[in-house]
Design a protein around this ligand. Structure first.
Ligand SMILES: [Zn+2]
Length: 217
């Protein structure tokens, strides 16, 4: 899943208004942001395999440290604890931890059975990615709902607070469509570097959030 995770990050704001959008996007995408790091150091492996499912040209050969359920629970716990240590906000810390774990649940719906429960298996996955239409429909719905919740629970403080959010939406939608319609990545290395570049979306989230205030009703 791709934009669905961003939908979760956006929508989580409603449940933890004091947590910045940057932190929420980081949480919902944490294991996908760590993944390229593990690929580049050789601890996890992916293979370009056009047709692996209708949606992705990737064969997720090995990713126990980022994408096993056990590891994801561990990352979620760690993220929640770090957030609590920094902000002493129990509600915020719970939402951060849950957002991290939500990633695995959405990936479980999307992937074919290649997601390990424990680092060594067994592997599970409901295979939504076998259908482009069902994927776009579900991901689009999650993203739309998340965006609606975020824009309802915050309001722009200035002009930047308005267009920076919409620029993110356009960027993500364009990236998503490009992924679906474009050619597979030229190499595993190139894929990992593009994955690393996704870290830039985290400061983008902080930037948006700094220009928006909690909505008063
Ligand atoms: Zn993932």
């Amino acid at each position: 899943m791709f934009i669905g995770h961003f939908g979760v990050g956006l929508g989580a704001k409603q449940f933890a208004p004091r947590v910045s959008l940057g932190t929420l996007l980081l949480s919902a995408q944490l294991v996908d942001l760590l993944w390229p790091v593990f690929l580049l150091v050789g601890l996890e492996r992916v293979r370009i395999d056009p047709g692996n499912t209708a949606v992705t040209p990737l064969d997720f050969v090995l990713y126990p440290y980022t994408h096993s359920l056990l590891a994801c629970l561990g990352w979620g716990l760690l993220a929640g604890l770090v957030y609590f240590a920094a902000r002493r906000d129990r509600r915020g810390a719970s939402v951060v931890g849950l957002a991290v774990v939500s990633h695995w649940v959405l990936d479980w719906i999307s992937h074919r059975p290649d997601l390990p429960l424990l680092p060594g298996g067994p592997k599970v996955g409901l295979g939504l990615w076998n259908s482009v239409a069902a994927t776009v429909l579900l991901e689009g719905a999650i993203f739309g709902l998340g965006l609606a919740l975020y824009s309802r629970s915050t309001r722009a403080r200035d002009r930047v607070g308005g267009w920076s959010l919409w620029a993110l939406v356009v960027f993500l939608a364009a990236g998503y469509i490009g992924n679906l319609l474009g050619p597979p990545p030229p190499s595993e290395k190139a894929l990992a570097w593009v994955g690393l570049a996704m870290w830039l979306l985290v400061p983008w989230g902080y930037w948006i959030d700094r220009h928006r205030a909690p909505a008063t009703r």
